[in-house]
Design a protein around this ligand. Structure first.
Ligand code: F6P
Length: 552
């Protein structure tokens, strides 16, 4: 799994990074490298040694097979691969997104930065000030719809980064009684629109067309669909009072007919999956209120400050990234589950899927050479405890371990203390069960005590053993408020940047999403014309079958 196994490369001296990878490879190849229980047995203070706090969050990575030696080697790798230099270059606004020749300055959206980041921050503050003025005017009723009614609903039309972050935050923080009701429309599937339509009163609905490029097919199709609906409801002239745009493409927003005063811009140095802090977050400000949007940014800023200043060995995003590196490259574990034990975080796995897999699903280095080691794992997840009753079987007893991120919140925002205790007990128990497992002797004794016949014990034993030594990290939040949610999201953003540096890949581009978009165009034309062109026989056969079924 590591790029190097030998102690030299073609006779030349190894670089520091090559030496660090080789050192890790040796540690990963050592017997018992994936064992966790012995580490706890040998060190009663393991939790104390392998957890850290920062920006109000606690990260426990003790339930992994990272020993002091492995941690030292991982930190050496971080230094040798230039993690600090990459972080600082990102903060200074250097074009770290080399394939698009762009900076990755999402930190400038939430706090001051040095170098080019300073100007970016000043500009971001101007847009934030406009967003605030607009939000407060809508809430006061100074900005109203065409029929002079106050807006009570914000409909955000966008997809990917222009949807997932805002949706995830709304699900986490929005409560009945908050300033406006948020509704998000992403999929071009007309059933999505049909599902939200009954919840909408056009006269009271403010529509945000959220698209960095303002060319995304699904978003533009939905924007036109919704505009036709709005025009039918409030008239052609009135409809424009109901629209605003969140985009970097001012020419396209103008062409769509949204006036400049209703366009909230951002720059190409904000990646889609890092954009919820920018104008793309307007649906959050409108639905949650300005103060909570500001608190979200503040929380992220606290994590930025921690990321920029804390030594590598105490740096939460760095440690989270190094843990993933150990699992992926050291132990060959190419999947990870995210289990927030908080129903409000139910869309966090979806957000992390884009953030991590679009960023780290890369097969070539910054220089364009094929990577010689694995990169981003498959990420999936569900809230606990629901996940326990679906895929956790595989995580406990499947042949390959799946590292898990458990996210626990100490204090709920409801008064059902017993439910919350049950929730937390289950989260803690899952992590403990993955670690400790259940050995054959214990299972056997249990079945014997229950009076099972010997033949039955022998038959069931292999099915009831839990191998244990299955890794997880736990992230604790004191509360799920805007501040701590901001810090949590920023933790994962920075983890992605650190992994990009470790793996020598560009975590800020996404060329892999382009080909399918391009190939959809001729297929769309052919489906419209009812004529199947030149394709592989599977695609052609499926198109013919679809056309036939549609004609029936
Ligand atoms: O298709 C992927 C992608 O480009 C994402 O990176 C992005 O978040 C999403 O599409 C939406 O793009 P836009 O905001 O330009 O509509």
């Amino acid at each position: 799994p590591f790029p190097l196994r030998a102690n030299g490369v073609g006779g030349r001296t190894m670089t520091a990074a090559e030496r660090a990878w080789a050192e890790l490879a040796a540690l990963a190849a050592a017997p018992g490298a994936s064992a966790i229980r012995p580490l706890f047995a040998a060190d009663p203070a393991r939790f104390a040694r392998f957890h850290r706090e920062g920006a109000g969050l606690l990260l426990d990575f003790s339930k992994t097979s990272i020993s002091e030696a492995v941690l030292a080697a991982l930190l050496a790798l971080a230094r040798a691969t230039g993690v600090e230099a990459a972080r600082d270059a990102m903060a200074r606004g250097e074009p770290v997104n080399v394939t698009e020749r762009r900076a990755a300055l999402h930190m400038a959206l939430r706090g001051p930065l040095p170098g080019a980041g300073a100007a970016a921050h000043a500009e971001a503050m101007e847009v934030l000030a406009r967003m605030r003025a607009f939000t407060e005017a809508v809430h006061r009723g100074d900005i109203r719809g065409a029929t002079n009614q106050r807006f009570d609903t914000v409909l955000n039309i966008g997809i990917g980064g222009s949807d997932l972050g805002p949706v995830m935050v709304c699900r986490a923080l929005w409560r009945a009684g908050d300033p406006m009701r948020p509704i998000h429309l992403a999929n071009v599937d007309g059933h999505g629109w049909e599902a939200v339509l009954p919840q909408l009163d056009a006269r009271r609905t403010l529509v945000l067309v959220a698209s960095k490029t303002f060319t995304t097919q699904e978003t533009m199709a939905n924007a036109h669909l919704v505009r036709r609906w709005m025009e039918a409801s409030v008239g052609k002239n009135g409809a424009s009072a109901h629209f605003a745009a969140l985009s970097t493409n001012l020419a396209a927003t103008t062409a769509f007919g949204i006036g400049e005063d209703r366009v909230f811009p951002f720059r190409d140095w904000v990646g889609g999956r890092f954009s919820l802090w920018s104008a793309i977050g307007l649906s959050l400000a409108l639905s949650l209120g300005w103060d909570r949007f500001a608190a979200l940014l503040e929380g992220a800023r606290a994590m930025d400050a921690h990321f920029l200043a804390a030594p590598l060995a105490d740096n939460l995003p760095v440690l989270l990234a190094l843990t993933e590196c150990w699992h992926v490259n050291g132990l060959g574990l190419h999947r990870r589950a995210v289990l927030p034990y908080d129903e409000r975080l139910r869309r966090l796995p979806a957000h992390l899927q884009q953030l991590e897999m679009e960023s780290l699903g890369k097969g070539v280095t910054l220089a364009g050479a094929p990577v010689s080691h694995a990169t981003g794992p498959v990420v999936f997840g569900e809230p606990g405890t629901n996940a326990q009753h679906s895929f956790m079987q595989l995580v406990h007893q499947g042949p390959r371990p799946v590292p898990v991120d458990f996210i626990l919140v100490a204090r709920p925002d409801h008064g059902h203390a017993e439910n919350h205790r049950i929730l937390l007990a289950n989260g803690l128990a899952q992590a403990e069960a993955l670690l400790m497992g259940r050995e054959a002797a214990a299972v056997e004794a249990e079945m014997r005590a229950a009076g099972l016949p010997e033949a039955e014990i022998a038959r069931l034993l292999p099915h009831r053993v839990f191998p244990g030594d299955r890794p997880s990290v736990t992230i604790l939040l004191p509360r799920l408020d805007a501040h701590h949610l901001g810090a949590l999201i920023a933790l994962y953003e920075h983890k992605v940047a650190v992994l990009g540096a470790l793996w020598g890949i560009n975590p800020f581009d996404q060329w892999g999403v382009e080909l399918g978009k391009v190939m959809a165009a001729p297929i769309l034309r052919e489906l419209e014309a009812g004529h199947v062109g030149a394709h592989d026989s599977s695609t052609a056969g499926l198109m013919q079958a679809l056309l036939r079924l549609q004609a029936e």
